[in-house]
Design a protein. Structure first.
Length: 173
């Protein structure tokens, strides 16, 4: 009985090995097909992200003279500033938006938003210092510095947030 059981197990093992190895290269073709469809899915996803961003970021924002003047002011005052980078302007329902890296704090840039002068939230923000923001369908208020019809935002984690806000208020108001 032991011999019969061993023979049966060997037969099952042989069939399993034969089934795996006799595909004639079809497994490799299947892998290639899988890789191609994954690559295509990645390309489609990236294209979708680009299309989504395209409507949210105005590349001409970096040409805005006010944004350029703020950039120049920070540079004149001795801050190490990065380039103007166009950003998502829909966050505060703005016309244009940019960010500027200051003193190497790339995760906490100064963000500037150009709002319409008749924006319904602008008057409240001037009184309260809180700008009404929308992100991924959620709404809420975020602390901002308001000068004229521009919102300035630096996350409170930036080591020079107060110093920069004070400078902007002094020089731009």
């Amino acid at each position: 009985m032991k011999k019969l059981f061993t023979l049966l197990m060997m037969l099952v093992l042989a069939m399993a090995l034969a089934a795996c190895s006799s595909d004639g290269g079809n497994a490799k073709a299947g892998e290639d097909k899988g890789k191609k469809s994954e690559e295509q899915a990645g390309k489609d996803e990236a294209a979708g992200e680009e299309e989504g961003i395209e409507g949210l970021v105005d590349p001409k924002s970096v040409e805005n003279e006010y944004f350029k003047s703020v950039h120049a002011l920070l540079k004149e005052e001795g801050y190490e500033v990065g380039e103007l980078i166009a950003e998502d302007h829909t966050f505060f329902d703005a016309k244009q938006a940019v960010s500027i890296e200051i003193d190497g704090e790339d995760m906490l840039p100064l963000q500037i938003f150009d709002l319409d002068k008749d924006n319904k939230h602008l008057a409240d923000a001037k009184k309260t210092g809180m700008g009404w923001a929308t992100f991924d369908g959620q709404e809420g208020e975020i602390p901002v510095l308001v000068i004229d019809h521009y919102y300035f935002f630096i996350n409170e984690g930036h080591p020079k947030q107060k110093e920069i806000y004070d400078l902007l208020e002094k020089k731009l108001k």
